[in-house]
Design a protein around this ligand. Sequence first.
Ligand code: ATP
Length: 512
Amino acid sequence: MTQEELFKVLVAHCKEYGFIFPSSEIYDGLAAVYDYGQLGVELKNNIKRYWWEAMTRLNENVVGIDSCVFMHPKVWVASGHVAAFNDPLIDNKDSKKRYRADVLIEDYLAKIEEKMNKEVAKGKKRFGEAFDEAQFRATNPNILREKAKYDEVHSRYVAAEESNDLKALKQIIEDCEIVCPISGTKNWTDVRQFNLMFSTAISNTGESDDKIYLRPETAQGIFVDYLNVQKTGRMKIPFGIAQIGKAFRNEIVARQFIFRMREFEQMEMEFFVRPGTEMEWFKKWKETRLKWHVNLGMGAENYRFHDHEKLAHYANAATDIEFNFPFGFKELEGIHSRTDFDLSNHAKLSGRKIQYFDSETGESYTPYCVETSIGLDRMFLAVLSHSYKVEELENGESRVVLSIPAPLAPIKVAVLPLLKKNGLPELAQEVVNELKYDFAYQYDEKDSIGRRYRRQDAIGTPFCVTVDMESLEDHCVTVRDRDTMEQVRVPIAELHAMIDKKVNMSNLLRNL
Ligand code: ATP
């Protein structure tokens, strides 16, 4: 299966098993908006818990808040979103499809990179052990030609982006002869700026309505509550404020399922520090966040940092943690050193003094800030896409299994009476009563035991517990492990401890 096919299958699997549905599907859906189903919400809540507890419990100096989606319109002026939260748009006149000009150019560059990588792969095959990639890249004429093309387009692209030159972006698209993937033509409109914020109106007096925005990030809620939290929590710098919540962006290129949505959830933490110490903290949070990801056991090789060369005007360092999604390495989380940009601008626009008195140095200053910002939905997609496997079994059959890290699995245990009679359902209910206070469970007595196992594999349940006739005598049950499919006989009295050991979130947190 190619990665692209795998992705399609994954989307279908998410729907079939109640993880994710298109929003308002009975009306044919709404582009780039998705609902989480009965299992999706459990997985999502578990990811949230892993993040929230890692942030607020394992760091004595990080506290959480829950601010509103609606905020004073001036917030978005201070943050720069009204003026600059734009994407460069271009339309194809034949297909009437709209694209992000920067994405068209980035896709073009990615194709050149792909060509070079293919050439390298060919070289590797040809030269075997003796292959020297660096030398090959420096001398192979095909690679050199592609590299020259790449460098030329890339430097023009960076310059156009930096100077916000929309004409230059259009010129690159024309010069590179980029065509619309739908119509296949080069019949483009000019490039225009498009603000990504959704707006609505709040009725204040009945006479006039004030335009307000749906927040495009949760971070600003933290900045505007900074003073309240610092004072009421008697927080001493360095300290952080964490928040999980919805954000809204009118994305043009809304594709790749829940990777890029118009309504999504972010888990953000702003860490306030003494000016001049931000680089130390930036480094510390880079390490801490990578560790949080790798701790899930989804393979350290599937993560990489992508340091930004081009920094936003308010940042003095920025990196992305990229994950190896089925469509390649893409941003999962951003870590930014945002200086005092946000707090200073809110101070200016609100007229409030937003400063911190540092009793250690005897100085007052506007704190600097290091931000960690992860998309909850992207994290969900990372977990699911990594977990989805089709395995060939020894008996010639195959099974679909979601090897979701056990503490995140939506259902932890399935209790399955072998027969629907002879007192087995009653004993199975007793087992359920033992487990239900601590573990999300499913009780299933329909179909053959094999089919029931397959259903649980397909939703990633770490344990299946089968109650059989012998259980009535020996008070033991058969426990099947999702990953190894091994079965062991366990006394009912020991079941809770056995499950807990593997699925307990505290154990996962303890390894951090
Ligand atoms: P991208 O470059 O992919 O558009 P971004 O750099 O605009 O992302 P940030 O503004 O840094 O993203 O947002 C922080 C995180 O929020 C991202 O790392 C991503 O995980 C998540 N995120 C951003 N936009 C979306 C979206 N439209 N849908 C889902 N998650 C998103």
